[in-house]
Write a protein of this length. Structure first.
Length: 369
């Protein structure tokens, strides 16, 4: 098989018993998440093995980033695409964007023969979907990569020519900062971040910009990352404190901000947390949705991740619609009130904040349907 664009129910899995079991499990997972369609592209000439998971088109064409990273198996890549595409639908809906949610994954080959040719082939894949999916930068891809993809597809954003800057990370950080401010106001009745101690897990693109946003407003930062160069950059520029990765949950902070991997909010980390607010940029922070209720019982206020980390998506959508940076900034600053409204509704309905945020997104998806 040299090249194909297929929905999820193709013979993309070898016919061994274990592969059939994994395939069946992924089908059940896709149905559980309410998937529309998932497409797979193989091109042996360039080494392209790609997935586009289109979760929902009720509100408009699906938009979501393209990951270009290594995976242990096709199953793991498919699971990642399904999980992330589903969350993009909720993220777009809760902030009232005219888009559905999707995610694409390019499985990074051990040896990349010709990166440009591979990305051009991916661009052809995106174009074949006829505008159902709009791609953007994500882990492992850059604005320069989007330029290459744009040679073969109209349905691309985050190119180097995109208005207002091609890197959505600073805008994501802005939204998270606004979410933290809403949480500090609701939980602590504080109007400013001056003197607020935030423990940031992850000093990557968004973690770095979040530290910049927070220190500029007088917050104290303790940050951790496995990348010592990224940590040193934060020390040099912002004068932050640092700790080892396994110590971040024990920091006596007001706010814990997960900005790295998902699923770091679990029973163990909740037991160790000193913070009374959890608000960060990482996707899928909860190892299970039940942990939002656990935090509620412990008096920890959780700012739903797919709401406060939507700044980058907002900017990407505005840019794709040829809007201005001023439009992006206005919509992102509105996340303060949106987040505060979720807290108030959760309190009035005696529900955890994650459940309320999901309800709001589902209501808007149903209205669109």
């Amino acid at each position: 098989m040299t090249e194909s664009t297929k929905p999820l129910n193709v013979h993309a899995v070898k016919s061994s018993r274990s592969s059939h079991s994994a395939y069946d499990s992924l089908m059940r997972y896709a149905r559980f998440l309410g998937y529309g369609d998932v497409h797979v592209k193989f091109d042996e000439k360039t080494g392209l093995h790609a997935i586009v998971a289109i979760h929902n088109l009720n509100r408009g064409p699906a938009i979501g980033g393209c990951r270009f990273i290594s995976y242990n198996s096709m199953d793991k890549a498919m699971e990642d695409a399904l999980r992330l595409g589903y969350m993009m639908s909720y993220k777009a809906a809760i902030v009232n964007l005219p888009h559905g949610g999707a995610k694409s994954v390019i499985i990074k080959p051990r040896v990349i023969k010709n990166r440009e040719a591979l990305l051009e082939k991916f661009g052809e894949f995106v174009e074949e979907l006829g505008g159902r999916y709009i791609t953007a930068v994500d882990s492992g891809t850059s604005p320069a990569d989007m330029d290459i993809i744009a040679k073969r597809s109209r349905f691309v954003t985050c190119t180097t020519k995109s208005g207002g800057g091609s890197d959505p990370s600073p805008l994501t950080a802005l939204g998270v900062r606004r979410g933290i401010e809403a949480a500090v106001k609701f939980q602590m009745d504080r109007e400013t971040l001056d003197g607020i101690h935030v423990a940031i897990q992850g000093a990557g693109h968004v973690g770095y910009y979040l530290a910049k946003e927070l220190t500029a407003r007088g917050a104290r930062i303790t940050i951790t990352d496995i990348n010592t160069n990224a940590l040193q950059k934060c020390i040099d520029e912002f004068g932050v404190d640092v700790c080892r990765p396994d110590e971040i949950y024990d920091v006596n902070a007001n706010v814990f901000a997960p900005c790295a991997l998902g699923a770091t909010v679990n029973m163990d980390s909740i037991k160790r947390m000193k913070a009374t607010i959890v608000a960060g940029s990482a996707n899928n922070q909860l190892a299970h949705s039940k942990y939002a209720a656990v935090m509620k019982e412990k008096g920890i206020l959780y700012a739903p991740d797919f709401l406060i980390n939507s700044g980058g998506l907002i900017h990407v959508a505005v840019t794709y619609a040829e809007g201005t940076i001023q439009e992006s900034l206005k919509k992102i600053n509105d996340l303060y009130q949106m987040t505060y409204d979720v807290f108030e509704r959760a309190a009035s309905e005696d529900l955890d904040t994650h459940k309320v945020a999901v309800k709001i997104a589902q209501e808007r998806l149903n209205i669109a349907r």
